[in-house]
Ligand binder design. Structure first.
Ligand code: H79
Length: 728
């Protein structure tokens, strides 16, 4: 692999939205958060345990054998019948000490167990519920025994607690098939009090708890207004506790990361998947099953091999994440034999190679390594790189492409400490390995280098947008301060004589920026290139002499998966709104909305618009599509850029909600600034139209009869044309 190529690869990183996870909660400083997260970041490896009444049927119901912890819902078991598992839950072989020892011997540093799963059954002695372990013949507080064993063996005890609850009479929504349990009289607020009461028990009666791991937050009844207080409760009861992001509504699907700092939660929770790359500065933990179920399923023998599991742990650590690996114990209280075997194998590997996992950070090779993975650890000012080899090279020569550091030495981590021969071939480092792979699961080479890692990768060119109206600031970065960036703005390839990049470029014309990394005077990367276009601003709507405040709203009824052509439909309701905001009646299900009016901007500029919706939405300015956030989805933000001349522009936001949660929000700012709310003064509807529709309006100032109307009302010239422009 050579890094001298001049291939032009665009590396434009547009509108990078950092994934921030609730760091501002409770006034905590970043340093305080680092301190709170320290043990968890060091640990890297934990055990998940899914255990409850569902272990009794062990996945079988009727003629199906593929159920597990979801069995009450997947087999549609009536509550009265499910309650009968209480009498059958008697795990006489449960041995807290043995469980904790198995986790510890596997190299795990914490255990997260289901204090309550979606079925509502509590594995602990809860004073606020009769649906708990004390109602079973076993009558032992399982969590008490486990927390004591964890303390004894130095592991952190952590709770998984489901928000979704199919048992509590006040939880909503009911499953659709539960016709024998009407929702009438259910009071969700009472349910949240119950939830708080159980969480209080869990954080009061069991000593210091490492993590509160919530789940089931995706149901429409749960909202930020519940999530934040629940997070705050946990931190109030135990200031040092770590809370996952499923406490709130910020999680983006199974990828599990939170993208909006408004939502509470300390770490992201990818489920059954590993992110493609790590994300600097973001804490995350991938949880996974060993087979295909979380709860015990006696027929599921589709276990990952211990080699796969070891490599998953390595892959996750190499991206800076934690691995939470699941066990589904039997109703007798034992770990499945297949799980026991795999834990032991992982433990054997970790005993020898744990140094390459615990307390490491993501490796510096963000573009991947053909033969395996890399984790890193700072050793004073120098660095130890742990090279995790999955595929042993046939010629026993391991090539590290593009590592610029001087070497201190390399050895097999599990070996006798004998140094391995290293040689430099231009920008590559070659390590001479033993002929035979010592550990076929994964052999770790510890490579010590001088200073912080210098990896020859092409520079990243970034700007808040790729178009601009006036000027644009462009930044170029490489991963190491030891490297120099040389760049050109005339389309030519950067050479050793090109200008050295020292501070952000300020463009005032359409420009192709090309950049290349240099180390010790030599070009060491391919050329990165990006084009930034200066564009004319879209002209303002002319002749807006007088306008009413606020926007015009049209409401449509229908069930869609994508935005319909509203122009072809007849509105069921007309109203006025102060801005792009949903009032109570706008949140109905099976409804579409069109907000339309004028947006005034003060200066010629390119503006970025951030449109968030649940479900789909689109933003049009001057009848041009600027943000497309269409489709069925949870609250999700999409961005777009529009070049706008000073003055008024036709604004139209289309939105629909099929079922479930409803949200709509539009933020804007000149490109380069952080988008914020649009002030009501910037919005207008031509001719006070909203009032003409005769709807009560929070937008237009209330006027008593006989008072003069807005000056100039009804005096827009060329209104017909503009009407079409804003989607009538
Ligand atoms: O406890 C285990 C599972 O029982 C539980 N989480 C793990 C740790 C789990 N419940 N459901 N699921 C996993 C899968 C559910 C996925 C979805 Fe969604 C919920 C699809 C749609 C709603 C969350 C929100 C994921 C995508 C959108």
């Amino acid at each position: 692999m050579t890094h001298q190529s001049t291939s032009t690869r665009a590396r434009l990183h547009l509108l990078l939205i950092p994934c921030l996870l609730g760091t501002a909660a409770l006034g905590e400083t970043p340093a305080e958060k680092d301190q709170r997260m320290a043990w968890w970041r060091e640990a890297r490896f934990g055990m998940f345990i899914h255990w409850g009444l569902y272990a009794v049927p062990a996945g079988e119901w009727g003629n199906r054998r593929d159920h597990a912890e979801w069995i009450r819902t997947t087999a549609q078991i009536p509550l009265k019948q499910y309650d009968q598992f209480l009498a059958q839950f008697n795990p006489v072989k449960f041995d807290a000490d043995a469980w904790v020892r198995m986790a510890k011997d596997a190299g795990m540093r914490y255990i997260v167990i289901t204090s309550k799963h979606h079925d509502g059954f509590a594995l602990f002695d809860s004073q606020v519920s009769d649906f708990d372990v004390m109602a079973t013949p076993f009558k032992r507080d399982i969590l008490k025994e486990l927390s004591e064993a964890c303390r004894k063996h130095g592991l952190k005890m952590c709770w998984y607690h489901s928000i979704m609850d199919w048992h509590h009479p006040d939880y909503l929504p009911r499953r659709e098939w539960e016709t024998d349990r009407p929702a009438a009289g259910a009071d969700f607020k009472k349910f949240t009090e119950y939830l708080h009461a159980q969480v209080t028990e869990l954080l009061t009666n069991y000593g210091p708890i490492g993590v509160l791991w919530f789940d089931g937050e995706w149901e429409a009844t749960w909202s930020h207004e519940y999530g934040q207080p629940l997070y705050d409760l946990c931190r109030k009861l135990q200031p040092g506790v770590i809370v996952n992001n499923r406490v709130d509504k910020g999680r983006g699907g199974m990828a599990g990361l939170t993208e909006d700092a408004k939502y509470a939660g300390d770490f992201g929770t990818p489920e059954q998947e590993v992110p493609r790359t790590g994300i600097p500065g973001v804490d995350w933990e991938s949880c996974m099953t060993m087979n295909d179920h979380w709860g015990y399923n006696k027929n599921d023998k589709n276990f990952k091999s211990s080699r796969e599991l070891i490599r998953l742990l390595v892959d996750i650590a190499s991206k800076g994440g934690n691995f939470l690996l699941n066990i589904g114990p039997t109703a007798e209280g034992e770990f499945p034999a297949e799980s026991v075997e795999r834990l032991a194998a992982m433990g054997r590997w970790m005993k020898i190679n744990g140094d390459a996992i615990y307390g490491t950070t993501a490796g510096p090779f963000t573009e991947g390594l053909p033969w395996g993975r890399c984790t890193a650890k700072a050793m004073g000012g120098d660095t130890r790189l742990f090279l995790h080899v999955f595929d042993w090279p046939a010629d026993a020569k391991l090539t590290l492409g593009g590592l610029g550091n001087d070497m201190k030495g390399a050895r097999v981590l599990a070996g006798n400490g004998e140094p391995l021969r290293t040689e430099r071939k231009e920008s590559d480092l070659v390590i001479h390995l033993p002929a035979q792979m010592p550990d076929a699961d994964c052999t770790v080479i510890a490579l010590d280098v001088v200073g912080r890692p210098i990896v020859y990768e092409s520079p990243k060119i970034s700007a808040p947008a790729d178009i601009f109206v006036n000027t644009l600031t462009v930044e170029i970065k490489v991963n190491s301060a030891e490297m120099e960036i040389r760049c050109t703005q005339d389309g030519s390839e950067p050479t050793a004589n090109s200008a050295v990049y020292k501070s952000p470029l300020r463009l005032s014309d359409t420009t192709t920026v090309k950049a290349r990394a240099f180390h010790r005077g030599k070009a060491v990367s391919s050329v990165a290139a990006a084009e930034f276009k200066k564009v004319p601003a879209w002209p303002a709507v002319e002749g807006v002499a007088g306008t009413g405040r606020g926007l015009r709203l049209r409401t449509y009824t229908g069930e869609w998966d994508r935005l319909p052509d509203f122009a072809a439909l007849t509105p069921t309701r007309k109203a006025a709104r102060a801005g792009i905001e949903l009032e109570k009646e706008d949140r109905a299900e099976r409804q579409g909305l069109v907000f339309a009016g004028l947006l005034r901007v003060a200066t010629n500029d390119a503006y970025v618009f951030a449109l968030t919706s649940d479900d789909g939405s689109r933003l049009y300015i001057d009848d041009k599509l600027v943000v497309d956030n269409d489709g069925l989805h949870e609250a999700q933000e999409k961005r777009g850029v529009a070049p706008l001349a000073a003055g008024h522009h036709a604004l139209r936001v289309e939105y629909f909600n099929k079922t479930g949660g409803s949200e709509l929000k539009l933020l804007m700012a000149p490109v380069g600034a952080t988008p914020g709310p649009i002030s009501p003064e910037q919005l207008a509807s031509p001719m006070g139209e909203a009032r003409k529709d005769g709807e009560s309006s929070k937008a237009s100032e209330p006027k008593k009869d006989g008072e003069p109307k807005n000056a100039g009302e009804g005096s827009i010239s060329g209104a017909g044309k503009k009407e079409r422009g804003i989607g009538s």
